[in-house]
Design a protein around this ligand. Structure first.
Ligand SMILES: [Zn+2]
Length: 406
């Protein structure tokens, strides 16, 4: 007998996301899973559970609903204060995102509000966002800093992430994004020096990843190479905002440096897409930000041809995508870009997990994986994006515990 402290039973369709003959979602009908100390220890048909599993703990009856691994969001900026709703309103009336980045507007405005917020306020704001991730079925997020942009305020942002991880069952993979933009009223060379010589070494112990935005309002190709090259030498794994607003060398740099992910990629060329696939990088696509900046469709066909794995992310941020909902991002990717529902599902689970180095543990359900799953009121897993803008999540389980909101 296998000992377990949690069981989920009677999943109408239990999508393990472990491909089997004929089904890339590895579905089990009337499925069940058992977990111990936060990890899956058994998974199979419900009728076999009682013969094989000795359960001492809670049971959750999915009552025929669909069950999936907890969703994995590979690109989020959750630590910020302030609102930019007025900039959103201007953009829907025709203003351009880049034109809003001058002076003390755009990202600079969020940086100021984030610096001014005390630690308790910033924690409360970020905790509300973390709860909304869980409400919407996400159990793992990549979380970037990048609105502090100095030693003190980046440290404050990491502190918020550390406290959140201790308070909530949401899994948080921290990323240092000191290379978000050069802060307003700051000398560029002095900022780059502080970033490379002080901040990168200081935050190595707190971040898994280092990210940089290689695009017109942020950092040039040569700056990005220098920053991420230094980060790699210090032992960070790499991600990158690349070719979002204009064509550029970002995707090549991501491939050259062996980044785990290259994100956005609206302007990536077919040759760049091939280079990313050859490097084993994952493309993290951010439909929410794409729509509110009126960006072009990313080169989806080239990505399919090159077999470049495509993750789908919320890109939660105050400027271009103020949403914690991955099902909503999946709907956008399907409706406006023509991703298939299956591609969107893989993008919010398996591929997102791979981009975080969590393949086999998050974004799938098998013995040894995190006991993170989501129970959804949908007829099949592929129906999730069909419910555009509606949260069909019934329950979120994280680490073998049923999560109760607020
Ligand atoms: Zn971003």
């Amino acid at each position: 007998m296998i000992h377990a402290d949690f069981a989920l039973r009677h999943a109408g369709q239990l999508a393990t996301m472990m491909p089997n003959e004929g089904d890339p979602l590895g579905r089990i009908s009337d499925g069940a899973l058992a977990a111990r100390e936060g990890r899956v220890v058994w998974i199979g048909e419900d009728r076999q559970l009682e013969d094989q599993v000795d359960l001492d703990g809670d049971q959750l009856d999915a009552a025929g609903a669909c069950v999936l691994p907890g969703l994995v969001d590979a690109h989020t900026h959750p630590v910020f204060a302030g609102s930019r709703a007025d900039e959103f309103a201007e953009r829907v009336s025709g203003a351009e995102y880049q034109a809003q980045q001058s002076g003390d507007r755009g990202i600079a405005r969020t940086v100021r509000a984030t610096r001014e917020a005390d630690a308790a306020t910033l924690l409360a704001l970020t905790e509300a966002r973390a709860n909304r991730f869980l409400v919407n079925g996400t159990t793992t997020i990549e979380a970037k800093t990048g609105y502090g942009l100095d030693l003190l305020n980046e440290a404050k942002s990491f502190d918020v992430l550390r406290q959140l991880a201790a308070r909530l069952p949401l899994r948080i993979v921290p990323t240092f994004l000191g290379a978000h933009v050069v802060p307003a009223n700051t000398d560029r060379a002095a900022y780059l020096r502080a970033l490379m010589e002080e901040m990168l070494p200081a935050f190595k112990a707190q971040a898994v990843f280092c990210d940089a935005w290689c695009d017109e309002p942020a950092f040039t190709s040569s700056e990005t190479r220098a920053i991420l090259g230094r980060a790699k030498a210090l032992g960070y794994q790499l991600r990158m905002h690349a070719a979002q607003l204009a064509p550029g060398e970002g995707p090549e740099i991501a491939a050259e440096l062996g980044a785990r992910s290259a994100d956005h990629l609206e302007f990536a060329t077919p040759a760049q897409v091939k280079a990313l696939a050859a490097a084993g990088t994952v493309a993290v696509l951010c439909p929410g930000a794409n729509f509110t900046t009126h960006g072009p469709r990313p080169p989806i066909e080239a990505m399919r041809d090159a077999k470049l794995p495509m993750a789908i992310a919320s890109d939660l941020n105050p400027g271009t995508s103020n949403s914690e909902s991955l099902p909503h991002a999946m709907s956008l990717a399907c409706v406006a870009w023509g991703l298939t529902p299956r591609e969107a599902l893989l993008g919010a689970t398996v591929h997102a997990a791979r981009s975080l180095g969590l393949e086999g543990r998050a974004g799938c359900l098998q013995p040894g994986s995190f006991a993170d799953c989501v129970v959804l009121d949908v007829e099949t897993p592929e129906a999730i994006p069909y419910y555009v803008g509606v949260n069909r999540v019934l329950q979120t389980v994280a680490g073998g515990v049923v999560w109760r909101p607020w």
